[in-house]
Design a binder for this molecule. Sequence first.
Ligand code: HAM
Length: 425
Amino acid sequence: MKRHDRLPGFRDFFPDPVPHPDLARMAERLHLFSSWRKVVTRYGFREYDGPPLETLELYKAKSGAEIVHQLYHFEDKGSREVALRAEMTPTLARMIAAHARNYKKPIKWFSIPQLFRYERQQKGRLREHFQLNADILGEGDPTADAELIALCIDVLRALGLTQEDFVIRLSSRHAWESFFKQRQKDTTKEYLFYQIIDKLERELPENSAQKLAEMGIDYEEVRAFIEQAEPTEELQEIIDQLQARGLKDFVRVDYGVIRGLAYYTGVVFEAFDRQGTHRAIAGGGRYNHLIELISGGKVDMPALGFGMGDVVLGDMLREKNLLPPAKPSIDAFVQYTDPDQRMEVISLVHQLRESGRRVEWGLSPSGANRQWKAAAEMGATCFLSLVQEGLWEVKHLQTKESHQVASEHVSVTLDRLEKDTPSKA
Ligand code: HAM
């Protein structure tokens, strides 16, 4: 690695026009974030945030072995064991444990944190990613599960994805819990069992079969249970409520999903592309005991939520041409070719910015041709050049219509020309 290289698994986000197609576009990130915010606020969720650095302890006890293994952690200068946040749920649980009594239940909160996991790099998995988190706290009824799954579906639909593009695989740890307890009395092995189920699709069948046999469970019985896909009463209720919203065909009962994280307690789900060529788009479920665990038994509150990453989703939207085209735009570019014009240029630029317009100029004088090109790259609607003291030429770059007007009339002329812009009409 050279001294100025990016760390592997990390991204730089460039403004358009992006110098190389492999580089991340800031415009895509902003598009995702604004679409996420629009839909979650429509569902009544309120935004929160927490620190990007937490105590190592917060994840050790609560997230499960896989995430702890992937933590970026170190000792800070005050000899504290700290970790970059790898997921948002422990932070949320900590915040809720401390201040839940100040909020009316159910609490519906969302956040868009950047998360860090030292993962093996592969398609759809990086070492940092942004993740929409939406969680409902203080409501134990399956109505909340249905509401959250409907939100997950609507977030994806708002980005242009349809029933043909993705599916929510709906499952339940309750179903697996009763399957397990009918076959194995030693409940200390329960989470280990869940981890084997979680890896089923990524592991060779003979390896899974052997691990299951070691805890007295038959692989074929596990497969049959998954294939039957018989919904529990709770899952059926959720499906019925999704049907009432017209969203039933976006979900499928699939016990192949169980979720890797340790804290899930009941309904769990993951969103996948229908073709099955990508990793999960989103995942979540119920975690009814986490707040109690984090508050040391002081606050006992049912909870559920999901996380949706920007990486797989971005890949899918790019493949399907659903991301906004590279189209930078400013309202006006003010030409500056002669140092003697500096004060008049500055004065006009400032006056137009004060009127709320996005205005750019070159800061140092340069040739007119170069400035035309800069204005075009920035997507300027109008180009302004000084003809003589107090007199400006205002030219619309698309329609080529131009007018010579006094400084005090530049603003109204821009208003009129902008109104006539074909794409804005
Ligand atoms: P998770 O399944 O670990 O869940 O992550 C949720 C989503 O974040 C994944 O489906 C994926 O889209 C994205 N993601 C995870 N790791 C990476 C990575 N290394 N690179 C790119 N994308 C990634 C959680 O984190 C739970 N805390 C979600 C939750 C919220 N559960 C309840 N509330």
